[in-house]
Design a protein around this ligand. Structure first.
Ligand code: ES4
Ligand code: ZN
Length: 319
């Protein structure tokens, strides 16, 4: 039996498996530039984050209706549950859909139709985190937050993703301030390809409660000490780091050093359809490559619940 865990870093668009992509393409009359699922899988050889993002955004062309998003989320939840995921905090990228003419309401209603049944169907509790694309403008992020206002009862927090280098967190100061005023939780990708300074900036300027990835904090011992002292969770994605060439092999992953440094690290799948595995596969991967003990795996799973927004929601409601 896989250890029960929470998944805190998962892009729902990154769970689009080739088979579902082709089925949706046929249903929606979309022509894909790949002959078949094998040819598509062959294209999953990435040289860096951008080479992945180009394919990832392109394949989203098949997602058009609310039902498409419902099926996408159902497929993810079923797979995640089979690997021991009991709670999932799920990212989505509204701008990647609104830019193609798919209304934000279609995306959110489609996803929530699945999420609303996830507890009874799959035994998985869920939260939704709306991400802003950091390679789009701050104005576009603000407009996205405004467009989401009718749906805020279904959105737990905001995040920041897409191409990192050259798009520092401070660019989004204003939209994060507005999100805080609206009562939304805040996270951001930082220190995946970008420098440790972006991790610091996400904390100081955006007021984030968790850092997504954060791997590059290891370049800055003062920052590591601060993250450990303040118990800032880091949502690591080991298989993603290998596939996007952030590290050479799983055996090179700094997870062990991060645990030893007292960091509150969690293991997650990022874009499992593209990176070779779901949450449990990431746990198995680091176990095998780094020789983690059962106790260490249990610590990672415990961290995932501690770092989740479930932990203090009750408390916050009572205040
Ligand atoms: C992402 Cl791995 C990664 N990094 C940044 N943004 C993303 N969006 C989807 N996957
Ligand atoms: Zn990510």
């Amino acid at each position: 039996m896989p250890v029960p865990k929470a998944e805190l870093h998962l892009h729902i668009e990154g769970t689009l498996e080739p088979e579902l992509a082709f089925a949706l393409a046929a249903r929606n009359g979309v022509t894909l530039p790949y002959a078949d699922t094998d040819a598509l899988r062959e294209a999953y050889r990435f040289s860096d984050l951008q080479s992945f993002l180009d394919l990832y955004y392109g394949l989203m062309a098949v997602l058009r209706t609310a039902e498409d998003f419902t099926e996408l989320a159902d497929a993810y939840l079923e797979r995640a549950a089979a690997q021991g995921v009991r709670h999932a905090e799920i990212f989505f990228d509204p701008q990647a859909h609104t830019a193609r003419g798919v209304p934000i309401g279609t995306v959110i209603e489609g996803l929530t139709a699945s999420l609303d049944r996830a507890e009874e169907r799959y035994g998985v509790s869920t939260r939704l985190i709306m991400c802003f694309l950091r390679d789009e403008s701050a104005e576009s992020a603000l407009a996205t937050l405004e467009a989401a206002e009718p749906y805020l009862d279904r959105i737990t927090g905001v995040g920041l993703d897409s191409a990192e280098v050259g798009h520092p967190p401070a660019k989004f100061r204003e939209v994060y301030e507005e999100a805080a005023r609206l009562g939304l939780r805040r996270v951001a990708h930082a220190g995946e390809e970008g420098p440790a300074a972006y991790v610091r900036e996400a904390l100081d300027v955006l007021g984030v409660e968790r850092i997504d990835h954060g791997l590059r904090c290891m370049d800055d011992p003062d920052l590591v000490a601060r993250l450990a002292r303040e118990r800032v969770p880091l949502t690591l994605c080991p298989l993603s780091n290998v596939r996007l060439r952030v590290i050479d092999t799983l055996a090179d992953h700094p997870l062990r050093a991060m645990m030893s440094a007292g960091l509150l690290v969690t293991v997650n799948s990022d874009d499992p359809a593209y990176f070779g595995g779901y949450a449990g596969d990431n746990y198995d991967g680091v176990r095998d490559a780094l020789g983690l003990t059962q106790d260490q795996l249990r610590e990672l799973a415990r961290n995932s619940f501690l770092a989740s927004f479930l932990e203090d929601e009750e408390e916050r409601r009572e205040r």
